[in-house]
Design a protein around this ligand. Structure first.
Ligand SMILES: Nc1ncnc2c1ncn2[C@@H]1O[C@H](COP(=O)(O)OP(=O)(O)OP(=O)(O)O)[C@@H](O)[C@H]1O
Length: 262
């Protein structure tokens, strides 16, 4: 189970993390191929969000390694992980109530502008050039995600589906090579889900590799190239959607023993 392709854009090797007595992630290894949409699925409490938090430096692993583009990023600070080229959205949408859509996405470009106080205060030429480039980038992204007409509205007042788009736009503003999406369609209606799936495909076609956590089997079956199934923090199965869909251990873990036997 722990054989991993170490040529992937992101490789996790023997990763473990416990909280008290709970092994949230247990000796987990997998690798994501550049350009793929890779899904991580599993029942509630399986350890999916913990994996994201270990990749992005929110938690330090007890054991194991995270490599991004052949660079060891294990336990790297979250802002350094973002600068290295990994950005993410959260399971619970995190938006500032007093910021417009444009301002929120502009925040994501601080990696381009540097976000430094001195040049901002004295409006240095460099700062103005960076600021102009950042605003142009935000405009481009807002058109891309379909939010340009809502740019001056408060982000937190938009529909749930559009709030999620703002989060995705903010993540894209950081120019990621790898985008991590933690249950991006949770709480969405079928129409919003369909539209977001189309958006993820478009993002992927721009050359951005995607790692997505999802509960919705249909979503991952349609969207992903590869699926890693985890349960109790361990890898249960891995493969393309067709293989995972019919995997008895996955059906049992994911949908319950009764359905597996039906
Ligand atoms: N900060 C924490 N402190 C203590 N326990 C935690 C913490 N984060 C996660 N856990 C525990 O680790 C286990 C894995 O949780 P995690 O949130 O990673 O699972 P998940 O697969 O993302 O679940 P869900 O699908 O419900 O979001 C759970 O038992 C959870 O209670």
């Amino acid at each position: 189970m722990n054989n991993v392709n170490s040529d992937g854009i992101l490789t996790i090797k023997n990763l473990s993390k416990s909280f008290g007595g709970i092994k949230a992630v247990n000796d987990l290894s997998f690798s994501i191929t550049e350009g793929h949409i890779h899904a991580v699925i599993g029942p509630n409490g399986a350890g999916k969000s913990t994996v994201f938090n270990l990749i992005t430096g929110v938690f330090m692993p007890d054991n194991g390694e995270v490599r991004f583009k052949n660079r060891n990023i294990t336990s790297m600070r979250t802002d350094h992980v973002a600068k290295a080229g990994i950005s993410r959205t959260f399971q619970n949408i995190r938006l500032f109530p007093e910021m417009t859509v444009f301002e929120t996405v502009l925040m994501g470009t601080y990696l381009i502008t540097g976000g430094k106080v001195f040049p901002a205060l004295f409006l240095t030429k460099n700062f103005r050039n960076n600021e102009k480039a950042a605003k142009e980038r935000v405009e481009e992204i807002l058109h891309f995600v379909g939010l340009w007409d809502m740019r001056d509205e408060y982000a937190a007042k938009l529909s749930y589906g559009n709030q999620r788009r703002v989060e995705i736009a903010r993540a894209l503003a950081m120019n990621p090579q790898l985008l991590l999406l933690d249950e991006p369609t949770a709480g969405m209606n079928p129409q919003e889900t369909k539209e977001l799936m189309d958006l993820f495909s478009l993002v992927n076609k721009q050359g951005i590799t995607i790692l997505i956590i999802a509960h919705d089997m249909n979503l991952v079956n349609v969207l992903s190239d590869q699926i890693t199934v985890i349960n109790f923090g361990e890898k249960l199965a891995e493969g393309p959607p067709k293989m995972i869909h019919n995997h008895p251990a996955v059906i049992e873990a994911y949908m319950g023993r009764a359905e597996a036997n039906a």
